[in-house]
Design a protein around this ligand. Structure first.
Ligand SMILES: Nc1ncnc2c1ncn2[C@@H]1O[C@H](COP(=O)(O)OP(=O)(O)OP(=O)(O)O)[C@@H](O)[C@H]1O
Ligand SMILES: Cc1cn([C@H]2C[C@H](O)[C@@H](COP(=O)(O)O)O2)c(=O)[nH]c1=O
Length: 197
C-alpha cells in the first residue's frame, strides 16, 4: 500500500513522518524531493527565485519518475507499506500555481503529464493548516513558503480532495503535535486493516 503525506509548507508532515518510523518499523519511508541527484537539482531550483516554472515542473517530475523506479515500485512489489512525505499531489497543487498564466488549465496539464506512468497513492493524509500558520512555521525562507502563494496552493489541494474524497483523509494540523500524530497513526492503522480484509 502506498500512503502519502501532503500539506502546505509548515503543516508538520516531516514531524509526523519521523515519528511514524517508530510506529511502523516495517514500512518503507521515503520523500519527495528525494535525496538523489535529481532531488538535489530540485532543491537548487527551490532556492532560485528566477527558476523557470516549466523547467522546475520537469525537474520535480524527473525526480518523481526516478523515485518510482528506484524506491516506490520495488517496495510495493515486495508487499511493503510505503509512506512518502510529499508525492505527486505536491506537483498538482504547487506547480499548478507556478504555471498559472504559463499554460492553460495547469493542474489538468500536470496531472496529464503524470497519468500514463505514475502510481497513484492508495491513501493520502492531508495535514490541514491555514497558509499563515504554514508560512510562519516554515520560516517563510523561500519563494513557496509565503502565505499568499500557500493560499493558492491550499485551494488546489481543496480541488484535489473534492475530486477524490475517497483517497484523502483530512487531519487538523493546527492541533498539538501529539494530537496530530495520534490522528495520523489511527488513520494508517485503519486503512491498512481495511486493505487486509
Ligand atoms: N502540530 C504542530 N503544532 C505546532 N508546531 C508544529 C506542529 N507540527 C510541526 N510543528 C513545527 O512546525 C515546523 C515545521 O514542521 P515540519 O518541518 O514538520 O513541517 P513540514 O510540513 O514538513 O514543512 P515543509 O513542507 O516546509 O518541509 C517545525 O518547527 C515543527 O516543530
Ligand atoms: C515534491 C514537491 C515539493 N514542492 C515544494 C514544496 C516545498 O516548498 C518544497 C520542498 O518540500 P519540503 O517538504 O519542504 O522538503 O518544494 C513542490 O513545489 N512540488 C513538488 O512536487
Amino acid at each position: 500500500m502506498l500512503l502519502t503525506l501532503e500539506g502546505l509548507d509548515g503543516s508538520g508532515k516531516t514531524t509526523v513522518w519521523e515519528v511514524l518510523h517508530e510506529e511502523f518499523p516495517d514500512a518503507v519511508f521515503t520523500r519527495e524531493p528525494t535525496d538523489s541527484w535529481y532531488g538535489e537539482a530540485v532543491n537548487r531550483s527551490i532556492e532560485d527565485d528566477d527558476a523557470d516554472s516549466v523547467a522546475e515542473l520537469f525537474l520535480y517530475t524527473a525526480d518523481h519518475a526516478a523515485h518510482l523506479a528506484d524506491t516506490v515500485r520495488p517496495a510495493l512489489e515486495e508487499g511493503k507499506l510505503v509512506i512518502s512525505d510529499r508525492y505527486s499531489d505536491s506537483r498538482y497543487a504547487y506547480q499548478a500555481v507556478a504555471l498559472d498564466g504559463v499554460v492553460s488549465r495547469p493542474m489538468e496539464y500536470i496531472i496529464g503529464v503524470h497519468k500514463p506512468w505514475t502510481r497513484p497513492p492508495d491513501c493520502t493524509i492531508y495535514l490541514d493548516v491555514d497558509p499563515e500558520t504554514g508560512a510562519a512555521r516554515s520560516g517563510a525562507t523561500n519563494k513557496f513558503e509565503q502565505a499568499g502563494f500557500l493560499a493558492q496552493v491550499q485551494s488546489n489541494y481543496e480541488r484535489l480532495m473534492d475530486a477524490e474524497p475517497g483517497r484523502f483523509v483530512r487531519v487538523d494540523a493546527t492541533q498539538s503535535p501529539e494530537d496530530v500524530i495520534e490522528s495520523v497513526v489511527s488513520t494508517i492503522e485503519r486503512v491498512t486493516e481495511d486493505a487486509d480484509e
